[in-house]
Design a protein around this ligand. Structure first.
Ligand code: SF4
Length: 660
């Protein structure tokens, strides 16, 4: 037995026909499951030029290879499709309990094509697959819909079902909408919610009870025990949060980015990702004032986001499936200013930054409300925050008038106006309608393109490439551009990939200014980052497991134990390389031009800032992206995988394998 279910479910919503297919073992060996299985299937089955919001697009929900094996930090699920936001490969990733629910229905992945005439939801319990009427749930926000589905279905199921659904944003085809589960988790990126909405698919409800397992459960358990012991030993002295801003300031003056895997784990365990906020603001990592902030703006913002403030109102910690770290939490927000909900998931760093320092908003309470509003509507907080920041800057610069903003005084830090605009975006009302499709489309309509921060159509995560040039390479070269979860220089320093991969350069403190690292070394580092992240996604692993480093979260050992394999790190890094190359081939097939993607000039340091931790930095991003492509064996000018690389990775043979 391995940890793979060995089967996929394919459903056509136009005809209502579903079928279960077996996947050849060679596919799992080549690309694992999760994002790898999605890339294998979607490359072959989405025709070139398919309308992302039409019946030919296929929406994939996939669990990772290790989900259910007993391994730790491997309960993430991937959703993938052709992105309506970028026109190329799209994917997003989320946690909670939905990944094991896919496996417990007997599948590694579910592929949904076609378009239904009326709102439907998909129900599967491992014995039957049904497309059911969703009209009672259409129009509800994601949390309301999930609760209503539980109310109606729990009494009829052998186990409490897991629900992934869209909110109003996905229903209204917002191109920055995502897919939600467990009352506030969201697979937010690439416009995946709009694809689900275009299919009139409100929810996927899974209630299977099939067993999960792996080849050597004892070996997997031993690895998990070892990791658990290390994590238990780590504790954070209380009150430390107040010093993070000072620590960030010191980091801002260093020429190198220090990061230690255990320190990161400790921060996530104690505070969740929000623990990063004041450190990021002061060090130069976190963007301020639409990516153009000055040291004065930093002084305004850093103490507002001391993570201890948020921990004080945490009611309970939240863990994804198989995670001992538990970076999530539920907050009691009842009675706070601007707040209309009783509780909310703890906002992630990305959300706090996007609706805090990026728009100079000093009200933490408003961020709790915005977090809950957007998570319920199923709208990506990163994209929404970047879009609102653009609107504020355009208003301040006179590009947008008060008439155009429906009378909103969109000035920096105007909490009420920002909150109202978020409501308008969710409802697609007036000015908000134009912003609900992200910053690129909004700037094409109103002007202000130089202030529209997007990469290939997708708004970047809340980490500044001028602080970490590796990140700038991934923002541009990643087949789903603008994502911050593919690799960073700071992360490479913590992971020690050189200890599992013969060609990965040694880990060291990572230089901030890219002129002190040679381009070829940097390209090998960015390649190693991307390959390891694809491997992690194929396994269903968590990005924060990666950051612990390979000696703490032993992904290679986990895979060998779970699948009965005995491969080395080089083999697995090639699996990651294959997944990444397949995703890029998907882009090429769809007519997406990798060479046309670039960093916004402001983020590239053109012109450079005159003050602060990012002072004087201009990136050599185009040259570095070319070197990254070359390291992958892709054409260094066009980003198209070279025929010899495609052959070396065995991709033609892989694509000739059919599910049966
Ligand atoms: S570290 Fe956080 S995001 Fe990752 S698996 Fe654990 S709870 Fe989920």
């Amino acid at each position: 037995m391995t940890s793979f279910a060995g089967k996929i479910l394919c459903i056509d919503l136009t005809t209502g026909v579903s079928e279960t297919r077996s996947v050849p073992e060679a596919v799992y060996e080549a690309v694992l499951a999760g994002k790898g299985l999605a890339a294998w299937y979607l490359y072959a089955h989405i025709p070139p030029g398919a309308d992302p919001l039409g019946p030919e697009n296929i929406l994939c929900f996939a669990a990772g290879a290790l989900c259910g094996s007993g391994s730790f930090l491997t309960g993430r699920w991937t959703v993938a499709c052709k992105s309506p936001l970028t026109g190329g490969w799209g994917d997003a990733n989320c946690g909670g309990l939905f990944a094991p629910a896919i496996k417990q229905c007997g599948y590694d992945a579910i592929f949904i094509s076609g378009v239904s005439e009326k709102p439907v939801y998909l129900f599967c319990d491992g014995r039957k697959v049904e497309v059911r009427d969703a009209s009672p749930y259409w129009g509800l926000d994601a949390t309301e819909a999930e609760n209503a589905l539980h109310r109606d279905l729990d009494p009829l199921c052998r186990k409490k079902p897991c629900v992934a659904c869209i909110g109003q944003a996905g229903e209204k085809l917002s191109l920055i909408s995502g897919i939600c589960n467990e009352g506030g988790r969201i697979a937010a990126r690439s416009g995946v919610g709009a694809v689900m909405g275009s299919k009139k698919l409100k929810a996927v409800v899974l209630a299977g009870t099939k067993p999960m397992g792996c080849a050597d459960p004892e070996a997997v358990k031993a690895l998990s025990r070892e990791l658990g012991r290390k994590l238990l030993k780590m504790t954070m002295p209380s009150g430390l949060g107040v010093f993070l801003g000072v620590g960030g300031r010191m980091m801002g003056h260093l020429p190198y980015l220090p990061l230690d895997g255990s320190l990161t784990s400790l921060m996530f365990k104690e505070w969740g990702t929000q623990g990063n906020t004041s450190l990021a603001i002061t060090s130069g990592d976190g963007p301020i004032k639409n990516w153009g902030g000055t040291p004065r703006d930093v002084r305004l913002m850093d103490m507002v986001y001391n993570p201890e403030h948020i921990n004080r109102i945490e009611m309970a910690k939240y863990h994804c499936y198989s995670c001992p770290l538990g970076c999530g939490g539920k907050l009691n927000i009842r009675g706070r200013q601007y707040v209309t909900f009783d509780d909310t998931h703890k906002p992630e760093y990305e959300t706090i930054q996007a609706f805090g320092a990026l728009v100079l908003n000093k009200s933490r309470d408003s961020i709790y409300e915005i977090n809950e509003l957007l998570n319920r509507a199923g709208m990506d907080t990163i994209s929404a925050g970047n879009t609102v920041a653009w609107a504020v800057e355009c208003y301040e610069k006179g590009i947008l008038t008060r008439e155009q903003t429906d009378g909103l005084e969109l000035t920096w830090g105007n909490t009420e106006a920002i909150l109202t605009l978020v409501h308008k975006m969710i409802d697609r009302e007036g000015f908000g309608d134009a912003l609900a499709d992200g910053v690129k489309r909004a700037s094409e309509r109103f002007g202000g393109a130089e202030y529209a921060m997007h990469v290939g159509g997708q708004e970047p995560g809340m980490h500044d490439a001028r602080n970490d040039p590796q990140l700038g390479v991934h923002y541009v070269a990643e087949p789903a551009p603008g994502k911050h979860t593919v690799g960073m220089g700071i992360q490479y320093g913590a992971m020690s990939l050189c200890d599992i991969c013969s060609w990965a350069p040694p880990a060291k403190l990572h230089p901030k200014k890219d002129d002190i690292e040679d381009t070829e070394t940097m390209a090998l580092i960015s390649k190693a980052n991307a390959c390891y992240t694809m491997l992690t996604d194929g396994a269903g692993g968590c990005y924060y497991g990666q950051m612990m480093g390979v000696h703490m979260w032993k992904l290679v050992d986990y895979l060998n134990a779970a699948e009965g394999w005995s491969y080395d790190g080089d083999h697995y890094m090639e699996v990651g390389e294959r997944i990444q190359t397949l995703r890029q081939l998907f882009n090429v097939k769809q007519g997406y031009d990798p060479a046309a993607v670039a960093l916004p000039k402001r983020m590239a340091g053109d012109p450079p800032l005159s003050d602060g931790p990012l002072k004087g930095i201009t990136l050599r991003n185009r040259e570095q992206v070319s070197a990254h492509w070359k390291a992958f064996g892709w054409d260094e000018r066009t980003g198209v995988p070279l025929p010899e690389t495609v052959a070396r990775l065995g991709i033609p043979e892989l694509l000739s394998l059919e599910g049966s």
